[in-house]
Design a protein around this ligand. Sequence first.
Ligand SMILES: *Cc1c(COP(=O)(O)O)cnc(C)c1O
Length: 397
Amino acid sequence: MTEIFTGNFTQQEPIPQEGIDAAMAVLQSGRLHRYNVAEGELGEVSLLEQEFAAQLGVNYCLAVASGGYAMGAALRAMEVGPGDKVLTNAFTLAPVPGAIASVGAVPVFVGVTEELVIDLEDLAAKADQADVLMLSHMRGHLCDMDALMEICVANKIRVIEDCAHTMGASWRGKASGLWGDMACYSTQTYKHANSGEGGLLVSDDPELMARATILSGSYMLYERHGAVPPAEVFEKIKYTTPNVSGRMDHLRAAILRPQLRALPEQAERWNARYKVVEKGLRETPGLTVVERPDEEYFVGSSIQFLLLDWTADKVNDVLDRCKARGVELKWFGGREPVAFTSRYDSWRYAPSEPMKRTDRVLDGIIDMRIPLTFSEEDCALIARIIKAEVSAVFQAG
Ligand SMILES: *Cc1c(COP(=O)(O)O)cnc(C)c1O
């Protein structure tokens, strides 16, 4: 009997009841705008910012409209402008080079290793080309953060972490997002907390965060925030920082607060599913499992494996066969950008030189979401299907 999987790869869990109740209260109040608060009330957005800052162990937090907005604001706060170069990952998603392009800057792509992290040798080789790195922890893979920071400190490169896939993750016990100068999170539906759209920007640097706050559209109401630097810091920058609206509202903050509290347990649930898929994929001929280092605590909301040195036809064959059995895989090697998946040479507004080692890895990366609505039995079935189809295509030679 041929097993078929019938689950939905884009179906997330419902918003926790506590979040729904809080959202209803916001709707009842009619006060949805973040600066529309009652006397003495801090409001859901500021509470969210305070709670996320405390949870992460960082001084300041700003909630914004999206993860991409947070990245653009971080770059602008660092005064990255037209024509400036910004180092970033060749293996990432389109909003990352997009955020760089949004400030008129030019991405300089750094390669990816077989471990699916930024190639530190390539980073060191390109370190003289820019003084900012937008580091995308793509698909939740953390590089050796100590080694990366050593290169960046030595070359006076400021680091913005893109933690869209590492909310809840850490390297050697230190949270992702605490390593660089600023860090950006997304609370879009497919990330680790779901408010439809949304983003969080964090930093310990008062001046960067004061700028980001004004940029986000605070007018001169920044004193109504709960997790920003003191007013005197704003005095220095308030006349020279433009207002580029991208605020979060109370409704989204209300549904996020209980989700962020639940993040550690959710991470464990994701990891239990990830481990089932990973175990099921081991010892598949032609398939390389991406081993995770001991220093890394990750959140397994998606899994990647490699079909290294396979032809495009064979990879497509695997994708088609898995799809016919209900398993949706994404391929980063495709020449044309498809759905959420694209590659550095798809972003033609940012010219790049071909990178041989990176192309070999990208050509082999297969990616799969693991929504929490899947059971561990579902995950075991999915792994059996992938293993069978990869083996069949591989053995056909
Ligand atoms: C989703 C995502 C972003 C941007 O987040 P949005 O909230 O969708 O703007 C940035 N980087 C990566 C790697 C992402 O997956």
